[in-house]
Design a protein around this ligand. Structure first.
Ligand SMILES: Cc1ncc(C[n+]2csc(CCOP(=O)(O)OP(=O)(O)O)c2C)c(N)n1
Ligand SMILES: [Mg+2]
Length: 667
């Protein structure tokens, strides 16, 4: 049978038809947008050949894909239907990409293993690395596709991903679709050289620079890269040089920054015409085939668009569903002590050992966490020796890498329990956290989730200065989609961490550095079966005149303050919240019902800190129970200085709490 570059006539016709569907969908959607049926469109016109060259190399449903917003033709090539793309465009309930929750062209399809994509340029890279790492661990032949435009290679995540993928020989293909423009910014303003030149210097990384308007040339590169990845030889970068035949998006007008001539030149490189020309010359198709396919596709796209337009919108009652898993958490188990005393950091270490033994999909990584050091605070000591360096290892010194790869691992069913060495350095991972981790379940309408645990030492009182003393509570309680624990005792730390490892959603697990080895935080050690549910405060001291709501290192400060006040016993009640999400408002209500007065004591700084929110909730919900103003004792709105006399002025001290107690009692 005659073949063109190894393709049969039927295959060539199918590829052509898919390119035409992609093009006609762009046209149709723009028309519908102008009719007011939708609000956003971002097209793949000009990128079709490169994307299909990639798509036919991967197996939808077996291999994994992290496409970007311009990958419409890629998704069609993998098996997504025109109807599914139209449902997304019109934000309908049945849209498998996001159920209408995300803007159009934010692809995601569980059955095809297209992992839900968010909007930031570049966050997909590190997740794809994480996904590829577990594919390798599973000894599978599955490979991972990740794609972006050339402008996006300026993001740090891209370079972090190249580094980790190359180091680990991850089975991954990076597809950089270089249309020379990032919105209006030309490539020459992005990079010193070509993208191909820029990605040199990584061992194990293959590079290809292809004419992305030529399907056959691009496909050859993908075949080689896929074969290499499947044989465990490592990742590849394929830079396909394409043209953007449409403005950046429906909100853009490229005539403002490109000349009519330049736009005309791009039309000459239309990949569909190039494909038609070669197939006609090689007598693989006739003009009649082209005409017939174009006509048929137009009719189908019109019909599909009408069908999609008739489908239901999501029910308004569902607007708040799937922020968290509906499965809840396991119940509390009895506490059976196995040792009389354990310090908090050792309780954490033991919890990790037990959970690693319990769940063979659990992995632990972060900076310096492997033996012989076992973490800068020794929380992870012994783990890499006990469980091997495939499951417990040092990560590169890059927080976005740690969180991004964890997301990618978690979607494949693994349970990363990662460490960010200091809360003060979590900020380089903030894009992953804010726009990926916490939104994944919601934005995919419950199709995808990334349950994993982020352990992070936080807090001051250790003369750690501005960047080893920070409290991060306030930033994280602001974000729906992540559970937050902050234990003050060894017992609670063990029970909550073990629970976190078994939960179905992401968890931020804060550990106060100053409590790690404190005698007052040491407790009896619960056995391996102990699980402590989130959302249950602990009554640390009972009282009926005033309630202190607190957590972390402030629990002991509050107890010390009560002692300093020299009050009759039973005056002040202390609630240790233990988790900041969920918040145990019931326990606060019960306590306030007795005392009528409340002080919130917390280490984060005052303004917009967690106490502001809790205080607002109390005033809103329990106003009738209050006999005085809601008071806050917190850090000053100031960085934490190194000099210990200055440090004392900024962080809340026992005397600050006792003063507040006396004042409020007298109110
Ligand atoms: C982190 C981030 N910054 C800015 C944006 C806004 N933005 C969306 S697409 C884009 C240009 C991307 O260009 P390129 O990577 O070349 O891809 P192309 O659109 O050309 O295919 C920008 C700046 C964003 N989505 N995310
Ligand atoms: Mg571009």
């Amino acid at each position: 049978m005659a073949r063109l570059h190894g393709f049969t006539k039927q295959q060539v016709l199918d590829i052509y038809r898919t390119m035409v569907i992609a093009r006609k969908l762009d046209d149709k959607m723009m028309t519908m947008l102008k009719q007011g049926k939708a609000f956003f469109h971002i097209g793949c016109s000009g990128h079709e050949a490169a994307q299909l060259a990639a798509a036919i190399t991967l197996k939808g449903g077996e291999d994994w894909s992290y496409p970007y917003y311009r990958d419409g033709a890629y998704c069609l090539g993998l098996g997504m239907t025109a109807r599914e793309q139209l449902l997304s465009f019109l934000a309908r309930d049945a849209d498998p990409n996001s159920g209408g929750r995300q803007m159009p062209m934010h692809y995601g399809h569980k059955a095809l293993r297209i992992v839900t994509q968010s909007s930031p340029t570049g966050t997909q890279f590190l997740q794809a690395v994480g996904c590829a790492l577990t594919r390798k661990m599973d000894r599978s032949r599955e490979i991972v596709y990740v794609s972006a435009g050339e402008g996006t290679t300026s993001q740090g995540d891209f370079h972090e991903a190249l580094n980790w993928a190359s180091r680990a020989k991850a089975p991954l293909i990076f597809h950089i679709q270089d249309n020379e423009y990032a919105i209006s910014t030309h490539r020459s303003d992005q990079t010193a050289d070509s993208i191909y030149a820029m990605v040199s210097g990584y061992r194990n990384l293959s590079r290809y620079d292809v004419d992305g308007t030529n399907f056959f040339e691009t496909n050859l590169a993908f075949k080689q890269a896929a074969e290499r990845a499947r044989r465990g030889k490592g990742p590849s970068v394929i830079v396909s040089n394409v043209v953007r035949l449409v403005p950046h998006s429906s909100s853009d007008d490229q005539r403002k920054y490109r000349t009519p001539n330049a736009l005309k030149e791009d039309q000459k490189r239309d990949p569909i015409h190039i494909f038609e020309k070669e197939c006609l010359e090689e007598k693989f198709f006739t003009e009649g085939d082209i005409e017939k396919i174009n006509k048929e596709v137009k009719i189908h796209v019109d019909q599909d668009a009408q069908w999609a337009d008739e489908q239901d919108h999501p029910a308004v009652e569902t607007a708040l569903t799937h922020i968290y898993s509906a499965d809840g958490q396991p119940a509390e188990t009895d506490l059976v002590p196995i040792a009389e005393k354990v310090v908090l950091v050792d309780a954490i270490n033991h919890a990790l050992h037990e959970e690693m033994a319990y769940n063979d999909k659990m992995m632990v990584y972060g900076q310096d966490i492997a033996d012989p050091k076992g973490g800068v605070f020794t929380a992870t000591k012994g783990l890499s020796t006990a469980f091997g360096t495939e499951r417990v290892f040092n990560s590169p010194l890059a927080e976005s890498s740690i969180i991004g790869t964890a997301v990618g691992m978690a979607v494949t069913g693994y349970k990363p329990v990662v460490e960010i060495q200091f809360g003060d350095y979590i900020w380089t991972a903030m894009m992953q956290l804010r726009n990926e981790v916490v939104t994944m379940r919601y934005r995919s309408n419950n199709a995808w989730s990334c349950p994993f645990v982020i352990r992070v030492p936080v807090g001051g009182y250790i003369h750690g200065s501005l960047c080893h003393s920070q409290s991060i509570d306030g930033y994280f309680i602001h974000m729906p989609g992540i559970y937050i624990a902050y234990p003050s005792t060894a017992r609670d730390a063990k029970g909550l961490l073990k629970m976190a490892c078994r939960m179905d959603d992401p968890v931020l697990f804060m550990e106060h550095k100053g409590l790690y080895r404190q005698g007052f935080s040491a407790t009896e050690e619960p056995d391996e079966n102990y699980l402590l549910p989130f959302g249950h405060a602990r009554v640390v001291a009972e009282g009926d005149e005033l309630t202190i709501v607190t957590w972390g290192a402030m629990v002991q400060k509050s107890l010390d303050a009560i002692r300093e006040c020299d009050l009759p016993s039973g005056s002040v009640e202390v609630l240790d919240l233990r988790t900041l999400n969920p918040l145990d408002l019931d326990s606060i209500e019960t306590s306030l019902d007795k005392t009528g007065k409340v002080i919130l004591v917390y280490e984060d700084n005052l303004t917009n800190g967690p106490g502001a929110e809790i205080s607002a909730l109390i005033v809103d919900k329990f106003f009738d129970l209050l006999d005085g103003p809601v008071r806050r004792v917190a850090s000053k709105d100031c960085p934490v200085p190194y000099n210990w006399y200055l440090e004392e002025q900024v962080l809340p001290q026992t005397a600050d709490v006792s003063e507040a107690i006396m004042e409020l009692l007298e109110y």
